[in-house]
Design a protein around this ligand. Structure first.
Ligand code: IPE
Ligand code: IPE
Ligand code: MG
Length: 245
């Protein structure tokens, strides 16, 4: 752990033994961040990508084990074609440029969502990136791509039935096992940046008992202080899961 982050953790009074295991982020506000600077929306997406890399490294430093980020929703196809094209092109570029460093940092990379709608080139890149990082254990980064919580639930039910199971015996555990995130525990923390207070179809099943944080900061401005602030508040919350404290 670098001295700087170490100091900040102490400064924030954070208990290192109670760091959230899984942090999920709705990285919102790229477009408005750019508009505020009289720049095109895509400039905001570029900056957002840089911020993701910084946040990933910060999560490693504080000991988060799973980081799940909303990169492209099933509804984001409604945006102008030019913006969608940019987002996908930039994603390809980022995978190529970042993969070696991700391996060095011990990141296990997963792309989760309804991926079949993407072109073969992107699918091949995703497969290679996942293959090359699959035995890394420092942190798992789930990049949610063409992801929709409702679609995921429908697909999970279909997957369960296709495996020859009966609807009569369907349990919560069965459905959890069919989710894209089946192999990781549910998020402890869900952060949405950008000031809007909604879920926008993100991890509807998995966030049933996550601690929610809605913050006004636009995603490209999300820094270590914002992250530590969330962790500090997380540690002061009483998670009852329906029981009594
Ligand atoms: C989030 O930022 C990134 C994606 C949805 C791809 P936005 O692009 O939604 O930025 P705002 O919300 O319009 O500012
Ligand atoms: C959610 O942000 C999706 C991602 C961050 C990828 P949106 O900007 O698409 O959500 P709405 O449209 O404001 O609900
Ligand atoms: Mg938005």
């Amino acid at each position: 752990m670098t001295a700087e982050v170490d100091d900040l953790i102490t400064q924030y009074g954070i208990d290192r033994k109670r760091i959230p295991n899984h942090v999920a982020i709705i990285m919102d506000g790229n477009g408005r961040w750019a508009n505020k600077r009289l720049m095109p929306r895509n400039f905001g997406h570029k900056q957002g990508q840089k911020q993701l890399k910084k946040t990933l490294i910060n999560c490693v430093k504080i000991g988060v084990k799973v980081l799940t980020v909303y990169a492209f929703s099933t509804e984001n196809w409604r945006r102008p074609e030019e913006e969608v094209r940019f987002l996908l092109k930039y994603l390809k570029k980022s995978i190529i440029e970042e993969i070696d460093e991700l391996i060095e940092e011990g990141v296990c990379l997963k792309f989760l969502g309804d991926l079949k709608e993407f072109d073969q080139k992107l699918l091949d890149m995703i497969e290679t990136a996942e293959e090359r990082t699959k035995s890394n254990t420092t942190i798992q980064l789930n990049v949610m791509l063409n992801y929709g919580g409702r679609r995921e639930i429908i697909d999970a039910v279909k997957g369960y039935l296709k495996a020859g199971n009966s609807i009569e015996t369907l349990s919560e555990d069965d459905l959890s096992a069919q989710m894209y995130t089946a192999l990781v525990p549910d998020p402890d923390v869900l952060i949405r940046t950008g000031g809007d207070v909604r879920i926008s179809n993100f991890m509807l099943w998995q966030c049933a008992y996550s601690e929610l944080f809605f913050i006004d900061t636009f995603w490209p401005d999300f820094e270590i202080d914002d992250l530590l602030n969330v962790v500090q508040q997380f540690q002061s919350r009483d998670r009852r899961f329906g029981g009594l404290s």
